[in-house]
Design a protein around this ligand. Structure first.
Ligand code: ZN
Length: 157
């Protein structure tokens, strides 16, 4: 390329990007005011673009944090529910074996569907909320169950 020839805009852009470092072209850019202006324009655009992209850059580890929040926590809601229920059964049995018998014959059949729904709800809830809340709610449900059962037991017999 002749030093007096003006390079095309793509070549000037390549120089600004650092992809082109032909001495004939870079010297031409210093000598030719028209090409220097184009070069400076391209440089401005590049610096603005870099400024924009660096402003929009996500913090380090963002995707890791995000995926960690989206992915379900390894919280065994079913297991916790089962353990609490088992503890409830045991404590009822220790309190009075006939209570448990009554609970199975009346209470459980009446509330089985409700429990299944609740377990599923808790399972999905545990993916998005603090597991402590699930345990708290579950415990509250068991306590409520006891209160209702003891009330019903008193009424029925
Ligand atoms: Zn030129």
């Amino acid at each position: 390329m002749n030093k007096s020839q003006c390079p095309d805009a793509l070549t000037i852009q390549a120089v600004a990007d650092g992809e082109e470092n032909d001495l004939i072209i870079t010297e031409h850019l210093q000598d030719c005011s028209k090409c220097r202006e184009t070069y400076l324009d391209v440089q401005r655009i590049i610096s603005v673009a870099e400024g924009l992209s660096s402003d929009a850059r996500l913090p380090i580890g963002f995707y890791k944090v995000l995926s960690g929040r989206i992915e379900s926590k390894p919280f065994p809601a079913f297991l916790v529910a089962a353990i609490i229920s088992a503890l409830a059964f045991i404590s009822v049995y220790l309190l009075n074996p006939t209570y448990l018998e009554w609970w199975f014959s009346v209470g459980m059949t009446r509330q089985f569907g409700f429990y299944i729904d609740m377990f599923f709800d808790l399972f999905f809830l545990s993916r998005s909320i603090n597991p402590l809340w699930v345990i708290t709610v579950m415990t509250a449900m068991v306590v409520l169950e006891f209160l209702i059962l003891s009330k019903l037991k008193t009424v029925e017999g």
